[in-house]
Design a protein around this ligand. Structure first.
Ligand SMILES: *Cc1c(COP(=O)(O)O)cnc(C)c1O
Length: 347
């Protein structure tokens, strides 16, 4: 099926003339210029200037790390902002719809409700896999987006690439693949296949593997055509200076991140082994992420018991297909030992 970006983007967005910030006009931020254009306080303190609205130096480092062109990237205040921009570019409130695949990340539904967009929920199979024909059956002429979270939160598994590929090939709207947990998985990122699929958007974040949840940096990768439409409605200064500089430091030292990820994966393996000894845990689901979902005898009871022992986890029991499930984030070695000891005490 032919992908026609202009027919999918909301007409008001297509027609919109973006806000031109003072700093958009100057590409060279380090140039020795006198900046009297933005009503800033001239006394230097490190953050008295507005940040680069296009985050050029950060994107150039990211481009090296990811092996992708800067024109295929948009950065946001967490992936949550990026996801919201995607809704607002494509979905006409109270007319269009999107498809999500529960059990999955809760923000897709919150953003659908915020933007007054119908969320068509197509459940995963019992073994938490995608069912492409069921998903494609839910599509109508106003279906703009399909959200695929892989590795999926809260189940932890990745989806078969053939199933994702079928959706990419047969859906004429936009497929958003949320790769928040991709660094913990052995599967390759879909960013390497962007060129094959003009209807593909991939989101990633520095909040999980990169250990920078506090700075809020989300990344969106897509064709340069999609990125330029998203850029039209992006708030000009959405990624602040402190975030840009901390993100750059961390990306430059990405070997450190890789070491931490390897350690977390090792801890995940140990945690899974230990969980398999806990009598009230009946299922441990496969994880490609930095958390493990388990099925227990009584999730509410076990959740309260853990709280009483000073351990906060996530009870996912209200999610479809997730009755009596708990989600444990992989902590540091001491935290994991504490969790295991408490679970064994409760046995
Ligand atoms: C944690 C998480 C994110 C991250 O969101 P940020 O706003 O970048 O912190 C995105 N998607 C999923 C599925 C997540 O679990």
């Amino acid at each position: 099926m032919k992908f026609d970006l202009n027919s999918l983007v909301r007409v008001n967005v297509l027609k919109l003339k973006p806000y031109a910030s003072a700093r958009d006009e100057f590409k060279d931020f380090d140039a020795d210029m006198v900046f009297l254009d933005a009503n800033e306080n001239p006394f230097e303190n490190g953050v008295n200037r507005y940040p680069d609205p296009q985050q050029r130096s950060l994107k150039s480092i990211l481009a090296d790390v990811k092996g992708l062109n800067e024109a295929c990237m948009l950065l946001g205040n967490g992936s949550d902002e990026v996801l919201d921009l995607i809704y607002r570019v494509f979905c006409r409130p109270s007319i269009d719809n999107i498809i999500t695949l529960p059990p999955t990340y809760g923000m897709y539904n919150v953003l659908a409700e915020t933007n007054d967009v119908e969320n068509r929920k197509v459940l995963l199979s019992d073994d938490f896999q995608l069912e492409p024909s069921k998903i494609l059956d839910a599509v109508d002429e106003n279906t703009k987006l399909i959200f695929i979270c892989s590795p999926n939160n809260p189940t932890g598994n990745s989806f078969a690439s053939e199933a994702i590929e079928k959706i990419l090939l047969e859906f004429k709207g936009v497929v958003v693949i949320d790769e928040a947990y991709i660094d913990f998985s052995n599967n390759p990122s879909w960013i390497h296949r962007l060129r094959e699929f003009p209807n593909l958007i991939i989101t990633q974040t520095l909040s999980k593997a990169y250990g920078l949840a506090g700075i809020r940096l989300g990344i969106c990768y897509a064709s340069k055509e999609i990125i330029s439409v998203l850029n039209k409605i992006k708030p000009p200064y959405n990624v602040n200076e402190l975030t840009q500089s901390r993100a750059k430091q961390r990306l430059i030292a990405h070997e450190r991140v890789e070491q931490e990820v390897a350690k977390i994966i090792e801890e995940r393996t140990k945690l899974i082994t230990a969980l398999s000894q806990v009598s009230f845990i009946s299922t441990i689901y496969t994880s490609d992420a930095n958390f493990v979902l388990v099925k227990v005898d009584d999730a509410n009871k076990r959740y309260e018991e853990l709280i009483a022992h000073g351990i906060v986890i996530r009870n996912r029991s209200t999610q479809p297909l997730c009755e009596n499930t708990l989600r444990f984030t992989v902590g540091n070695p001491e935290e994991n030992i504490k969790l295991i000891n408490v679970l064994n005490e409760l046995n």
